[in-house]
Design a protein around this ligand. Structure first.
Ligand SMILES: Cc1ncc(COP(=O)(O)O)c(C=O)c1O
Length: 361
């Protein structure tokens, strides 16, 4: 008997991605604040467009996504030829790893970085390298000190998840400038819409050959279930990624919904406005209760408790009130809970429950 078939090196080292919990025993309609979803749901215009597209489901969708890319480019002032659309920004992360790394090369991410960087690196046979952060903020000097001849990709989520902190443009520019020529800097802008005055680093992508930006319709646009994201990169990189992208990776319904959402600028602006106001209220409320909380530039806040035991007790208390948040232990924050900013009444429920928790403690 010959040996059984084995997967490629690295694949069995992958720990399965853990999504936010959505069900709670004893609660038929729990308040889900565990996945940074838009509490307003999708744009009404996107819903209409998706319903319209359903009737064409016997047709294969566009392979070049020209109409969606044109809409994104028009609304955001981008070059449509530098855009690639994917099944969430997850797919863009994956394609970058498939295209640019393999055995003997490194993918760098930071201490509290998003899990998909490591997963996609291992899936491609590369070595993930974790670099320490400084007080929950990405440390540019630590990355530059560690990056070497084998480093090919450096992933930075800005704003960061789960910390919600933001690096200023000058720091990003310094990072892009200081990395070896053989290395790409990926600015993951999954939450960029929520950061005031930040556009995900567009100018850096356009000015340089080694910077890529990833964006998504899953967060501010309320379309996490539709699975649409995109990358913005130098044309040579877009050309490489398109060669390995599935030709029909996005369905007609997904393309129609995302395009309508992109064009519904007033709707998304209102969601971002409400998020900013509620985020400030949630942050202030937590601090008043003596719970540590950095200023967040995203649609969630990281509530820091005295230790893991207190965080777990707070989580249990919230669950007893039908509220699901995220315990980001696997992101290096055992003492914290990540709370998605919900509707005003949701956030009041969270603050009331935590006030009770603190009062009873
Ligand atoms: C930092 C970060 N990047 C990327 C993603 C991927 O999002 P999607 O694949 O839905 O675009 C997420 C989702 O949670 C995220 O938090």
């Amino acid at each position: 008997m010959s040996a059984p078939i084995r997967p490629q090196p690295g694949i069995l080292d992958i720990a399965l991605y853990q999504g936010g919990q959505s069900a709670l025993d004893g609660h038929t309609a729990p308040l889900k604040l565990s996945s940074n979803e838009n509490p307003s749901g999708p744009s009404p215009a996107a819903l209409v467009a998706m319903q319209g597209a359903l009737a064409d489901s016997h047709r294969y969708p566009s392979t070049d996504h020209a109409s969606l890319r044109a809409a994104i480019a028009e609304v955001r002032g981008l070059d449509p030829d530098r855009i690639i659309c994917g099944v969430g920004s997850d797919e863009i992360i994956h394609l970058l790893c498939q295209a640019y790394v393999g055995p003997g090369t490194e993918v760098m991410h930071t201490e509290h970085g998003f899990a998909m960087y490591r997963i996609s690196a291992l899936a491609a046979g590369a070595t993930p390298v974790e670099v320490a952060e400084r007080n929950r903020v990405v440390d540019v000097d630590a990355i530059l000190a560690r990056a070497g001849a084998d480093t090919r990709l450096v992933f930075i989520a800005n704003p960061a998840n789960p910390a919600g902190t933001l690096l200023p443009m000058e720091a990003l520019a310094r990072l892009a400038e200081g990395l070896p020529d053989t290395c790409l800097l990926i600015l993951d802008g999954a939450y960029a819409e929520f950061a005031e005055g930040y556009d995900g680093g567009t100018a850096l992508v356009e000015a340089r050959e080694n910077v890529v930006m990833t964006r998504t319709f899953s967060k501010a646009y309320g379309l996490g279930g539709l699975r649409v994201g995109y990358g913005y990169a130098p044309r040579a990189i877009i050309d490489v990624l398109n060669r390995i992208r599935g030709p029909f990776n996005l369905s007609g319904v997904a393309l129609a919904g995302a395009e309508a959402a992109a064009r519904d600028v007033d709707w998304v602006a209102e969601c971002i406005r409400v998020n900013a106001a509620e985020r400030a209220r949630l942050t202030g409320g937590l601090r008043q209760l003596g719970i540590g909380c950095d200023d967040s530039s995203a649609n969630f806040v990281l509530a820091r408790f005295a230790n893991e035991a207190e965080a777990l007790a707070a989580d249990t208390h919230l669950k007893s009130r039908g509220i699901i948040v995220r315990h980001p232990k696997n992101y290096g924050f055992p003492q914290a809970l990540r709370i998605t900013v919900g509707r005003p009444e949701d956030n009041s429920r969270v603050l009331d429950a935590l006030a009770d928790f603190k009062g009873a403690a």
